[in-house]
Design a protein around this ligand. Structure first.
Ligand code: SF4
Length: 215
């Protein structure tokens, strides 16, 4: 089994798989959403809601020999993560194939692949199988991008789980990344990344407004 795996006995400490995607994109975004409970809509989040309306209703059907399960609950007791898969296809031999629906294009740092890999790790534990591939369905282009669950992505996913859990335990707001990710982020108004980054630089890297204070 995975070297970094450990059993998480306290269900309150389970990390939502969606939070892993937020953390991989930007730790500050993850903290704003999951600790401070800040959420702002923008074009991307509204598109995302529309796309997920397609797959958020639980149910299953058989399509050309493939059983398609929608809104499937997932968990890993070993890794302490839980969430819902948009779609899991069960191939003719029973192999699960998770598909995550996204409204936009591929994200910086490939946060979507980490989210999908976390789903695969849950399915492996739940069903006692090994998954080698899944897919991200980009609604805009109507195309699937196949994702291989190789050793590098698995390792990155485990690091992301550990990082996200540590963030929640510390309950501190990380400094803004203040880079190209911010222009697509729905939290840019609440976050004020460039203003805060400017103050930090002016203060020689220190934080005059105690941005990393306990929440
Ligand atoms: S605006 Fe930038 S720094 Fe702030 S949460 Fe979004 S991506 Fe992170």
């Amino acid at each position: 089994m995975l070297s970094l795996a450990k059993t998480v006995s306290d269900s309150d400490n389970y990390v939502m798989i969606s939070a892993l995607q937020h953390y991989a994109y930007c730790p500050r975004q993850c903290a704003l959403i999951h600790i401070e409970k800040v959420w702002d809509e923008n074009l991307y989040t509204l598109r995302g809601q529309r796309v997920h309306a397609i797959v958020d209703t639980p149910g299953d059907e058989l399509i050309e020999g493939v059983r398609v399960e929608r809104a499937m609950p997932l968990w890993s007791h070993q890794l302490g993560i839980t969430g819902i898969a948009d779609v899991v296809e069960f191939l003719a031999d029973g192999t699960p194939y998770p598909v995550e629906y996204k409204s936009g294009s591929r994200k910086a740092k490939d946060a979507d692949s980490i989210q999908l890999c976390a789903q695969a790790l849950c399915l492996e534990e739940m069903l006692g199988c090994t998954l080698s591939v899944g897919a991200i369905f980009h609604h805009g282009s109507r195309r699937r991008r196949e994702v291989r669950f190789d050793a590098e992505l698995r390792s990155l996913t485990l690091q992301t789980i550990e990082g996200t859990r540590s963030l929640f335990v510390a309950a501190k707001l990380p400094a803004p990344v203040a880079d190209s990710r911010c222009k697509d982020c729905s939290l840019i108004d609440a976050c004020m990344p460039h203003a805060i980054d400017g103050f930090r630089r002016a203060a020689g890297g220190n934080n005059p407004f105690k941005v990393e204070a306990d929440l």
